[in-house]
Design a protein. Structure first.
Length: 328
């Protein structure tokens, strides 16, 4: 996939739209995934939605394998949900007598050619042909995307502005994000998921980690236990790490560690290749940025949150009124 076409795929996926499945690929995946008010969503549509979104995730999250794996694990179910919501939105648009002027679609396509293909219409047509898409189909997809965007915007347009109380509460609730210079001293026990022993599975290793944690909670010395069981660079030091800034740590580990009180033991944390137990020896919190400095950012996030809540509520209302059958 060319980088110029990536922005197009991203906009389609965000709106629950996908590239068409070539006819030669449909024969083995033309079952029914869902029926929405009589309109069929095929398994091939879901498959193509998954493939398109997977490509996008792999480009967006190539520097964060943990986030990528989590997103991919949730992808298949969310793809069908997005397609169902798309049908509900398009149907609602028809019910209210909505219409998109052809000029809007023309302008949209021209902006894609200008921004993504440097104004080269031939390159644009070549890219469409490479994906097996006709201009008519592309235009239809763009029109649907515009409809979905318009209807989503309509559903979220009447939100009241954040109040001073909203801003203050958000500031207090997200203080961890706004502090700078948080420090922590921890000790760890690391149990690898994979040992090289074919008789030991990751599930076996997780049970071992849970057993080790139980020993510590029952009073076993953490340092001695780390020397016996841990397999990381700090095991010989009893699992002890020097004082570290929060920003020096992997985010998932830092969030878990700062969520444990001083002197406490974390649950068994699941990392990419290991199970980790953290003992929090000491914490020192930095200073938070002043509220007034953060106010514009906080107000923007509150507006985004309220818009999401309004959109979710609107979509849930459409779902309640619809007849939806899934064939999963």
């Amino acid at each position: 996939m060319t980088r110029s076409f990536f922005s197009f795929l991203l906009s389609l996926a965000a709106s629950g739209l996908t590239l068409p499945t070539p006819s030669w690929a449909q024969s083995s995946s033309n079952g029914i995934a869902a029926v929405v008010n009589g309109r069929v969503i095929t398994e091939s549509e879901v498959t193509e939605a998954v493939k398109a979104q997977e490509q996008i995730f792999r480009m967006q999250m190539r520097e964060d394998p943990e986030a990528l794996n989590k997103a991919l694990a949730e992808l298949e179910g969310s793809a069908l949900d997005s397609l169902i919501d798309r049908e509900l939105i398009l149907e609602e648009f028809k019910k209210i007598g909505g219409a998109i002027k052809p000029q809007y679609v023309d302008d949209d396509i021209e902006s894609i050619i200008r921004d993504s293909f440097n104004g080269d219409r031939d390159a644009f047509i070549t890219e469409l042909a490479r994906t097996g898409m006709t201009m008519r189909k592309f235009r239809d997809l763009r029109e649907k995307m515009i409809i979905v965007q318009v209807m989503r915007g309509r559903a979220t347009s009447e939100q009241p502005p954040p109040t001073p109380r909203d801003v203050q509460q958000f500031y207090q609730d997200h203080m961890d994000e706004f502090r700078e210079g948080d420090m922590i001293k921890i000790s760890t026990i690391t149990i690898p998921k994979f040992t090289g022993d074919p008789t030991r599975t990751p599930e076996d290793q997780k049970r071992l980690a849970e057993d080790v944690r139980s020993k510590v909670l029952a009073g076993a010395d953490f340092a001695a236990t780390a020397r016996s069981y841990s397999q990381d660079s700090r095991s010989e030091a009893g699992g002890e790490w020097p004082l570290m800034e929060r920003t020096q740590m992997k985010k998932s580990i830092a969030d878990a560690a700062f969520g444990v009180k001083e002197g406490g033991i974390s649950p068994v944390l699941v990392d990419e290749a290991a199970y980790i137990i953290i003992s929090v020896d000491a914490k020192k919190y930095g200073d938070a940025k002043p509220l007034e400095e953060l106010r514009p950012q906080i107000e923007r996030r509150i507006r985004q949150q309220k818009s999401k809540e309004a959109l979710d509520s609107w979509l849930e209302g459409l779902r309640r009124k619809a007849t939806i059958r899934r064939f999963e």
